[in-house]
Design a protein around this ligand. Sequence first.
Ligand code: F6P
Length: 375
Amino acid sequence: MSSSMRVGILTAGGDSPGLNAAVRGFGKAAIGHYGMEIVGFRDGFRGLAEDRRMRLDSSTLAGILTVGGTILGTSRDKPHRMPVDGKIVDMTDAIVATYRRARLDALVCVGGGGTAKNALRLSKAGLSIVTLPKTIDNDVAETDASIGFATALEIATEAIDRLHSTAHSHHRIVVAEVMGHRAGWLTLCAGIAGGADVTLIPEIPYDLDAVVAAIRRRTRKGTNFSIVAVAEGARDVESARVYGECLARRERATDEGEKRAIEAEIAAFDADHTGHSLRLARRLEEATGLESRVTILGYVQRGGTPSPIDRLLATRLGNAGADLVAAGVDGVMVAAAGEGTRPVRLARVAGRRKTVPLDHPFLTAARRVGTCFGD
Ligand code: F6P
């Protein structure tokens, strides 16, 4: 069956280092090992809706292992709610039509939790889909690892290392904002690896007084600088309560109009939260008397060449994806499981997020080496 198969591939959601390595890992196995034909779709689900294809063969797949970003392009477009000419349109039928027109036997989507949700919807609409997990946030459910996290961790750790020496020289507090709106893996791990004194993550709402007390304790011991690693989505106790209620209301909402209204509320909260690290630094400076600075690591964490760990992960997940497609398996994500992989039904991944459990060994280890989590 596999020698005559035609398989589409796209990358969706925020980009992450290792996407090209995954496209190559899948493509080379699919073409070279299974004799399949591969069709790339540009810019995530939008390229599928608009039938914008890219030729993928052994020559286009060569030389991309180490290249950052994605040669296919990506977008955060959702098939069932795509902005088209100023309106939000359900493009599911257009996507199904492209799939049929391109005579695809299967579609591989490299993406995070949102992509798994979209893929599940499309598989219900009749498409044979396999997804590969990627995200620098490491928050895709049911997989041990996601493509991009290892590289982002290296970048964030190196940044914290560099901030350490300048904070030390100037006797300052440096607040380093790390990506992660809903999950604190990247901040937690970079904080441990970089020796942050305070680490604030979305899973642990913080009390400013506890953070101030930790910094003052360091000053009393004669250490008058501190590194505060803060996740984009970290909130103080009160803000976390209000935001959490909003998210819970959205989960409960059944009416589409009500859902939209709550989503607008959440978007407003998110927009307001953007200056959070700057406000935090100001409040810490006022409370401790130590000069404070902020560094927002931002998109640097998602750019550039993937680390060896991510190249390896992307290659083996891509290969396993080719095996599953060749075997006619669909409606699954290829999860990393130790050194191997396992297929997980998309229904088990969609709508779930892997956040940091409060009893996670990383948290225990960090606390034991003296990290303050603001709780
Ligand atoms: O999904 C990964 C992520 O990097 C988050 O950590 C971050 O909040 C988000 O993407 C922002 O991405 P964009 O601005 O591309 O939507």
